[in-house]
Ligand binder design. Structure first.
Ligand SMILES: [Zn+2]
Length: 396
């Protein structure tokens, strides 16, 4: 998974040139010569290899000021597909996407994660097959697979950590088992990390430091520092939901501790509060449905949850100094109240020179943030300069 950074790949190899075109920084051979400082002949040779492999396509520009118009290069996002899944505790969002993370086919299915990997992984392989058929694509076109799981994941092995919310999944080689079944590289990461990565690559690429907060049943945070995901020593960085909330008091949390943010502002806590207010709700989906219906009690509970999140986030914003905090997850997607509550507190409590141009926004992908992020996780791997250089070396 570390080859997302691909620090080992030469900055001037064909893979690096493909990246410059994909990121919109170069569209002609002349621009590649200028950006890489390489000889024109070297650039042409590498571009030709990328064209031969079908990774780039070229077209002539129509605007001519005399002389031969330059050939414009573009990334061929349709060359293959990636499979993406956001596995939640009670539902799973599955998709087939092209190599720019544009969703070609998708479905949302009810699942019970407690059924465990022996039931869910074969089921997932079957769902992927059905969606490929729906998108009119084949197994042979699959270049990679990205999966988000609701648990910390060891980045090197793609195995989830032991979590009370995820019985039966601890240390299961999810990536290996899916790779055997699907015959393509499989990347597995924590769901919030996946969302942060997708949001950064697709909407905030020029921004170096970004936080992505997912507010659903639980509350988690993905951290992008200097353009790369920060996973921490155990893959557990960003466990925002178990920070102590100022209003947390003695409320017992699912983690066994008391006074956690999640225990008062997570989806499960809000469902309980709604029920106590005379509106029976069993889970975060019920709360989100009330929010979408404009229910006043639900809206005011979520506004307060936003302030509680803001209370904890304000210190983190001061500490990390991000340029943007993006919100996703069902509680954030269902209304504007959660983000409004966060803004209320963070803009007031964090340092003025930190919040002066801090953006606190909703995810651009909304309810698709997880599955699009999983697609991006796979794409970052299959199109990493080192991967491309190795592929062209084999082809050549
Ligand atoms: Zn907790």
């Amino acid at each position: 998974m570390r080859d997302v950074l691909d620090s080992s790949a030469p900055v001037s190899g064909p893979g690096a040139m493909l990246r410059l075109v994909r990121e919109g920084r170069a569209a002609t051979r002349a621009e590649l010569v200028e950006l890489t400082g390489l000889a024109r002949s070297t650039v042409s040779q590498r571009v030709d290899a990328l064209l031969a492999e079908g990774l780039l396509v070229s077209s002539q520009t129509s605007i001519s000021s005399g002389g031969r118009p330059p050939t414009v290069l573009a990334f061929n996002a349709g060359l293959g597909v990636v499979l993406a899944a956001e596995i939640g505790v009670t539902r799973c969002h599955v998709a087939v996407a092209d190599l720019e993370a544009t969703v070609l086919a998708e479905s949302i299915e009810q699942i019970a994660i407690n059924d465990g990997p022996d039931v869910l992984l074969p089921w997932l392989v079957e769902r992927f097959g059905a969606l490929l058929a729906q998108a009119g694509r084949t197994r042979a076109e699959v270049r990679g697979v990205g999966v988000g799981l609701p648990a910390p994941v060891a980045a090197a092995s793609g195995r989830p950590a032991n979590q009370p919310t995820l019985p039966g999944w601890a240390d299961v080689p999810v990536a290996e088992r899916l790779r055997e079944a699907l015959g393509a590289p499989v990347l597995v990461d924590n769901d919030v990390n996946v969302m942060a990565l997708g949001e950064h690559r697709l909407s905030w690429r020029e921004t170096e430091h970004l936080l992505f907060v997912k507010a659903g049943t639980g509350i988690g945070c993905g951290i992008v520092v200097a353009g790369e995901l920060h996973r921490g020593a155990h893959g557990a960085a960003g466990e925002l939901g178990h920070a102590r909330a100022p209003r947390g008091g003695d409320v017992v949390c699912a983690c066994g501790n008391r006074g956690c943010l999640e225990a008062i502002a997570g989806g499960a806590a809000l469902a309980k509060a709604l029920t106590a207010a005379g509106q029976p709700a069993t889970d975060v989906h019920d709360v989100a449905a009330r929010l979408r219906a404009g229910d006043r009690t639900a809206l005011s509970l979520v506004r307060q949850a936003g302030r509680d999140v803001g209370d904890v986030l304000a210190s983190i914003v001061d500490f990390l100094d991000p340029a943007v905090v993006v919100f996703g997850g069902e509680l954030a997607d269902a209304s504007d109240e959660l983000v409004a509550g966060v803004r209320e507190v963070v803009y007031q409590r964090s340092l003025p020179f930190v919040t002066r141009d801090l953006a606190i926004v909703h995810s651009a992908d909304g309810s698709r943030a997880g599955v699009v992020g999983a697609a991006v996780l796979a794409i970052e791997h299959v199109l990493a300069p080192a991967t491309i250089d190795a592929e062209l070396a084999r082809a050549g």
